[in-house]
Design a protein around this ligand. Structure first.
Ligand code: LRH
Ligand code: MN
Ligand code: MN
Length: 429
């Protein structure tokens, strides 16, 4: 069942199919001169997938306010429909990553059925112990898995176990744990004791992880804590994954590092030591801005994908990262932003596939720094849009997802049933 009418997609595609065929043929000729088979690249791009975060389809907010958008999803079923729209048009997002308890998931079989009917599966589950849920006994104001009080830690552990249980019923295979635990002032907590308590709590969760599951810990330098954060960087994250065991991996959210940090190198290190679990793709200018992927620094995104393709092609041991988006939208229609981001990760992947790896290795051997970096630039400069568009078109999606989405008038249609939810203070995510 398609939410966006196939007729609308076909009518929009018909306007562009001729130009696309000619652009694709032209790019094919150019790539052939570089020894690259465009169809082979297109096939790999067509098989690429990135998960949509359930929390991304609603309008987020700034730290100060939330401005509700029209037709925002009212519940998890509406969210799944919005996610399905993204997949129908981009053909790149067949799974959804849930966040508990933001997503109220009381009827799991209905949810699973809804997903199946829309052609969507469930990616990593996300727990939330960084905000208090309505009726919860112990507050997370001073932390969760690393809290000084054992009962609070226990509550946070139980919540994570519940997320695993929910995910099992939905067919998910991973749990992502991000905690906001940390301090605002020097002296507020003991670094070592906090980390010990965190590790002990994570070990308790790990014990409940099914054999075919993975647990991802997500580091973030700061926010909401502004002096120290318990899981603050990839070094600490790597220690966690090592301490926990073979099913534990590190998750890299692109917005969770200091400005100018060499994220692609972190990615390479984690791959080398078999601990790269997955990504939260987004982009940032200053901090954890959660902007559309590739909207600020597409070259950095490409450099990350350059490492990923390198690992894929050399069949690095244990390399199977989960790819997910993690964004927040305040001034755009979330569906449009998520489609753009899905397309941007596909673009970076396609560009990564174009890197002439033999030439690059040769330049590295010869210490030809200029030509080595030009080799990357040549791939990055290639306009791969015809490859992406053709992969979408042949997969039943839209040549131009945003134009087709607008032509379908989806947001106005759902707005009739979905009243705007009042604004209020923003959430920091
Ligand atoms: C924290 C984070 C984490 C949360 C999400 C909502 O900043 O990146 O992944 O689960 O935002
Ligand atoms: Mn994240
Ligand atoms: Mn974040």
């Amino acid at each position: 069942m398609n939410i966006i009418s196939k007729d609308v997609i076909a009518a929009e595609n018909a306007k562009q199919a001729h130009a696309l065929a000619s652009d694709y043929a032209h790019l094919g000729e150019q790539l052939a001169r570089r020894g690259i088979d465009i169809d082979a690249v297109k096939r790999r791009v067509a098989n690429y997938a990135v998960a949509v975060p359930s929390w991304g389809v609603g309008t987020g907010g700034t730290r100060f306010a939330r401005f509700p958008g029209e037709g925002e999803p009212r519940n998890i079923f509406d969210k799944l429909e919005d996610c399905a729209v993204i997949h129908e048009l981009t053909r790149a997002t067949p799974t959804v990553s849930l966040h508990i308890p933001w997503d109220k998931v009381s009827d799991l079989s209905a949810l699973k059925e809804k997903g199946a009917a829309l052609g969507l599966g469930f990616d990593a589950m996300n727990s939330n112990t960084f905000s208090d849920a309505p009726q919860q006994e112990h507050s997370y104001k001073y932390g969760s898995l690393s809290h000084a009080n054992a009962a609070t830690r226990r509550q946070a552990i139980e919540h994570n176990i519940e997320c695993i249980e929910i995910g099992r019923k939905l067919g998910s295979k991973a749990l992502t744990v991000w905690i906001g635990d940390g301090t605002n002032f020097p002296g507020q907590a003991d670094f070592t004791r906090s980390f010990e308590r965190y590790l002990e709590a994570m070990k308790a969760i790990y014990k409940h992880l099914p054999d075919d599951w993975r647990i991802f810990s997500e580091h973030k330098m700061y926010e909401p804590a502004f002096y120290s954060t318990v899981v603050q960087d990839w070094g600490t994250n790597y220690l966690i994954a090592k301490e926990l065991g073979d099913k534990a991996y590190c998750l890299v959210d692109l917005g969770h590092h200091a400005p100018n940090v060499n994220i692609e190198m972190i990615v390479a290190r984690l791959i080398q030591f078999g601990k790269l679990g997955g990504f939260h793709f987004n982009d940032s200018k200053y901090g954890d801005d959660d902007l559309d992927t590739g909207s600020i620094d597409p070259y950095r995104l490409f450099l990350v994908f350059n490492e990923l393709v390198n690992a894929e092609e050399r069949k690095a041991e244990g390399f199977a990262p989960a790819h997910m988006l993690d964004q927040s939208h305040n001034v755009t229609d979330p569906i449009e932003s998520l489609m753009r981001s899905a397309t941007e990760v596909c673009r970076a992947y396609a560009q990564g596939l174009l890197v002439d790896r033999a030439a690059l290795a040769g330049y590295q051997e010869e210490h030809d720094a200029l030509m080595a970096s030009e080799t990357l630039k040549t791939a990055f400069r290639t306009d791969v849009e015809p490859i992406l568009a053709m992969a979408r078109h042949e997969g039943g999606g839209a040549i131009d997802p945003v134009a087709t989405y607008r032509a379908a008038g989806y947001r106005a249609k759902v707005a009739a049933d979905r009243p705007a939810v009042a604004g209020g203070s923003g959430g920091i995510v």
